[in-house]
Design a protein. Structure first.
Length: 155
């Protein structure tokens, strides 16, 4: 259904056009990334969330919590009749380096989260956020912290 909807509404990106998004960037378990100008495009394979609807929920929560690194929906891509993967775009944090665990804990405390027992896991009364480890949280030259990727669930 998502493929049909995307094609009918002009938001289908043929899989052979994915490299037109930009230069391949760092990849993880669930995203292949492509960098162009000031943006990073993330092609999500749904491995971590299982469904497009759960992924959209997670990204809405991300945008609510971490608006400086908000995601926007860009398109769907995939292999015709077999695979559908959403493509999102996010502002690129330039000249950044991974934040340290202490910097991440300090930032999360400042926005009202409590650290849980597991590394990189935090919660408040509305959300549980995890996978906040240095590869997913960046610090720019001014010391500002940016969460660029996180697992989130509403409570």
């Amino acid at each position: 259904m998502a493929e049909q909807y995307a094609k009918e509404n002009g938001i289908w990106l043929s899989i052979d056009k994915v490299f037109d998004l930009g230069t391949p960037g760092p990849c993880g378990n669930e995203n292949d990334t492509y960098v162009k100008d000031d943006m990073i495009y993330k092609v999500n394979n749904l491995l971590n969330c299982g469904s497009i609807l759960r992924l959209f929920d997670k990204l809405l929560w991300h945008n609510d919590l971490f608006y400086d690194t908000a995601y926007s929906f860009y398109a769907f891509t995939g292999f015709d009749g077999r695979t559908v993967m959403p493509v999102f775009v996010q502002r690129l944090v330039k000249n950044a380096q991974p934040a340290t665990p202490i910097e991440i804990e300090t930032y999360m405390a400042a926005i009202g989260f409590t650290k849980k027992n597991n590394e990189g896991r935090f919660a408040n009364s509305m959300y549980e956020v995890w996978d906040l480890v240095p590869r997913n949280v960046l610090k720019d030259k001014d010391g500002d912290i940016y969460v660029v990727d996180a697992e989130i669930k509403g409570l």
